[in-house]
Design a protein around this ligand. Structure first.
Ligand SMILES: N[C@@H](CCC(=O)N[C@@H](CS)C(=O)NCC(=O)O)C(=O)O
Length: 215
């Protein structure tokens, strides 16, 4: 009689065929998702879109906003890093060990500030990359100012990261390492730096630390 032996590596291989993440190795928004993917050992095909300043929906997995990350699973596509994180936690971590699904207002505010700083930095970097002198326009002064006021707020409210490691803390590591890579502002925030140094010891955070080349 023929024996059927369950082979979980087959499941993983099939999963990899179906799940794709459009990303870049430097994108801080993509990295929030990558940290979860690495922590949970999800097998997924990573598609590096290259220069995120380019304009083609196909390059971004069909995302009409032409940004990374985009998660594609069969015919389903999911955009926005936090929505992708919510989708993945429901599939791979029902206990929600990193508090992705928290409704705590203080945590959500901190996440919004971290996301806001990351978006502000993208605006500055992509403006410069596409030939705009950001020193000439007051709009960019305000955008840089929001990075500093956001960082000041986080430095004074560092207690919000106390229950490390959570998805909120992953936002911090992603934001910090990206700002540090591009030297967008001075990073004189010892409380935040201490948090990031602790987080960087986690193998699934260290594994995707960005190195110079793309956004
Ligand atoms: N809210 C989005 C932001 C994504 C985003 O801004 N990604 C950047 C790279 S880190 C991007 O692709 N920007 C391209 C552009 O703005 O044209 C998310 O959380 O996924």
């Amino acid at each position: 009689m023929q024996q059927y032996i369950y082979d979980s590596s087959l499941d993983k291989a099939i999963e990899k065929l179906h799940m794709k993440l459009y990303y870049t190795p430097k994108s801080h928004f993509s990295r929030k998702v990558l940290i979860l993917i690495n922590a949970w050992g999800i097998d997924i095909q990573l598609i590096d879109v290259g220069n995120v300043a380019t304009s083609s929906m196909d390059t971004f997995g069909g995302n009409p906003l032409m940004k990374v990350p985009t998660l594609v699973e069969d015919k389903l596509w999911i955009i926005d890093s936090d929505h992708i994180a919510q989708y993945l936690v429901r599939k791979y971590d029902l206990q929600d060990s990193f508090a992705v699904l928290t409704t705590d207002i203080h945590t959500l505010n901190a996440r919004a500030i971290l996301n806001g700083i990351m978006s502000a930095e993208v605006e500055i970097l992509l403006a410069r990359r596409t030939g705009i002198d950001t020193n000439l326009y007051p709009r960019f002064d305000k955008i840089i100012e929001t990075i500093s006021t956001g960082l000041d707020w986080l430095e004074h409210n560092v207690a919000v990261f106390a229950t490390s490691p959570t998805y909120l803390c992953f936002h911090l590591a992603c934001m910090w390492d990206h700002l540090s890579l591009y030297k967008t502002v001075d990073l004189n925030y010892p409380n935040l730096q201490e948090q990031v140094e602790k987080l960087s010891l986690l193998p699934y955070v260290a594994a995707n630390t960005p190195k110079l080349d793309t956004i």
